[in-house]
Ligand binder design. Structure first.
Ligand SMILES: [Zn+2]
Length: 553
């Protein structure tokens, strides 16, 4: 829905994409650009308004068939319209105004040429009919597609996952995160007695004579395409209500039929999660569509208003704690992490997958905030600092733009620790909370470039954080504070930093108290009033390296 803004705001042309890719020493194909750029000629001129998705799911032969009615607004007169659908699925036909629309195929992209004139401001619908056996997920949710499996009673269980890979792995659409429909219907037909649970609210059930039922779900808010999901199986269902900042929110829980009891025990954490995250991030973004947890066979996924849950009704992350502190074993990682994406990922969606840190760094940081909500500020900090053990500094968090590339997995723990570090710089918890809430309010239901998020935080933090973001998101170097202690004098400077890096830092210059110093790449000195040099400390909440170079001089 926010494509127009993106066209005005995105400074990335194809030439710059190529340069960035060349700099990164990686090569990308024409298909990567067709999939990953939202400014290509087949995509730039039209803005998705509504997806009307109808798909029949056939577990018997692992096939699907159906259509998507794509309603769009013309931004500038265009000729060819790019619709994405991944092989081995194939488009059968396209129709506009009851006339067949000719199309050509270029890999996983189809280019349609409607005969109706496409004038700026017009609304049109193109309906894309398709069928086939979609790609099977090899490692859901990371390598996605369809998962055709069965539950422990041998009943069929079918789910989809496609973040990163793209929603066009199972349905035809404009496969970019930059352009969301304002609303979407998800009408899925499954064999009886399977139940399909998808996004938003169930509007209608239609039983058919051939032993199938159509579940018509409807989302009344903008939604990213990778959030649309099939969740078909032998589900039980129960509901609850949450009194939140924007009124009464319906909570709907869909465990497998034999998991109702563990679900009722474990899913109470959804309420604590909502209390905590509404406090820190502002109102849950989808009161109209409700909040749901839907059991799935893979670990989990942030499907908007229908969070996929596969964490075995136990705390931790399938028994593990990423922080190594034990704190991560005191709550359910999937409920917390995936639901945090309702704010960072679903409410605020990165237009380009290169900015996936906007989703994952904040979701990682949200785990620490949830720990803080339960056990206090020190515990929250210990959790986030603990997740540093997962940082690899193998490659930058932000990769080249425009080619659907993904940065380092450091976008989780390193990104979370960057945000925790920025909180130390802000040094005012209410101000920090206002920034997190302000992001969700300012970019409410929008798609953004990561730079907009950086600039918002900088503008409201009271200090320019441009170099801090550059350092942590665009390099693999961890800032090193070099220091010398000679007599009563502390000398210090930053090394291994981007030009102009001047992040303030808290250190002990007098006993038992942290003071803010402002290191740069040049040596500075301050008087030191410590009993012994061993008493010198850098606040461990900052993700930096400390190097004593006193003896090496
Ligand atoms: Zn995540």
């Amino acid at each position: 829905m926010a494509l127009l803004r993106s066209l005005l705001g995105a400074a990335l042309g194809l030439a710059q994409v190529a340069t960035a890719a060349a700099q990164a020493g990686r090569s990308f194909t024409r298909a990567d650009t067709l999939r990953g750029s939202f400014t290509t000629p087949g995509r730039a001129w039209w803005d998705v308004v509504f997806y009307d998705l109808h798909v029949a799911v056939n577990p018997n032969d692992s096939s699907i068939s159906g259509y998507n009615g794509i309603t769009y607004r013309v931004l500038t007169p265009g000729r060819e319209l790019q619709v994405d659908l991944m092989a081995p699925l194939a488009v059968d036909s396209m129709v506009q105004d009851r006339r067949a629309v000719p199309f050509r195929r270029d890999g996983n992209a189809y280019f349609a040429k409607p005969s109706t004139r496409q004038r700026a401001g017009d609304h049109h619908t193109i309906t894309v009919y398709y069928h086939g056996k979609p790609r099977v997920a090899t490692r859901p949710p990371w390598e996605g597609g369809f998962t055709w499996t069965s539950d422990s009673l041998g009943r069929p269980w079918v789910v989809t996952t496609d973040q990163g890979m793209g929603a066009s792995v199972w349905w035809p659409n404009k496969d970019t995160q930059a352009d969301e429909p304002d609303s979407q219907r998800v009408a899925l037909t499954v064999p009886d007695p399977m139940i399909d649970v998808s996004n938003g609210r169930l509007r209608r059930l239609t039983h058919h004579a051939d032993g199938t039922t159509t579940y018509e779900w409807f989302v009344v808010n903008p939604i990213n395409n990778y959030a649309i999901a099939v969740g078909a199986g032998s589900y039980d269902h129960y509901s609850d209500l949450f009194q939140g900042e924007n009124g009464l929110l319906t909570l709907d829980f869909w465990p497998l039929s034999y998991h109702r009891e563990p679900a009722q025990r474990q899913f109470v954490q959804a309420t604590t999660m909502l209390q905590c995250f509404e406090h820190w991030f502002g109102p849950y973004p989808w009161y109209e569509d409700g909040y749901k947890l839907v059991e799935v066979p893979h670990p989990g996924m942030e499907h908007q208003s229908a969070v996929a849950y596969g964490n075995w009704y136990a705390n931790g992350y399938r028994g593990r704690d990423a922080s190594g502190t034990g704190l991560g074993l005191k709550w359910d990682f999937i409920i917390v992490h995936e639901s945090a994406h309702e704010w960072f990922g679903n409410n605020i969606t990165a237009k380009d997958n290169a900015d996936m840190w906007v989703h994952e760094s904040f979701a990682n940081y949200a785990e620490g905030l949830y720990t803080e909500c339960l056990f206090g500020k020190q515990a929250g900090a210990a959790y986030t600092v603990g997740t540093r053990r997962g940082i690899r500094n193998d490659r930058p968090i932000i990769p080249p733009y425009g080619v659907n590339d993904e940065g380092s997995g450091d976008m989780y723990p390193k990104g979370g620790n960057m945000l925790h570090t920025i909180r130390q710089i802000v040094d005012d918890d209410e101000k920090w909370r206002a920034i997190l809430r302000g992001l969700n309010q300012t970019f409410w239901h929008q798609t953004v470039m990561g730079k907009q998020v950086e600039d918002y935080i900088s503008a409201h933090a009271g200090t320019d954080l441009t170099r801090v973001f550059d350092q942590y998101l665009r390099t693999t170097q961890v800032p090193v504070l070099e220091y010398r202690i000679e007599g009563g004098t502390l000398s210090f400077r930053w090394t291994d930093v981007v030009p102009g890096f001047d992040m303030p830092l808290k250190v002990t210059v007098s006993p038992d108290t942290f003071s803010v110093v402002h290191p740069t790449a040049a040596w500075q000195t301050v008087p030191l009033r410590l009993a012994t040099p061993a008493d010198f400390k850098v606040d461990p909440n900052y993700y930096v390296i400390t190097r004593n170079v006193t003896t090496s001089r």
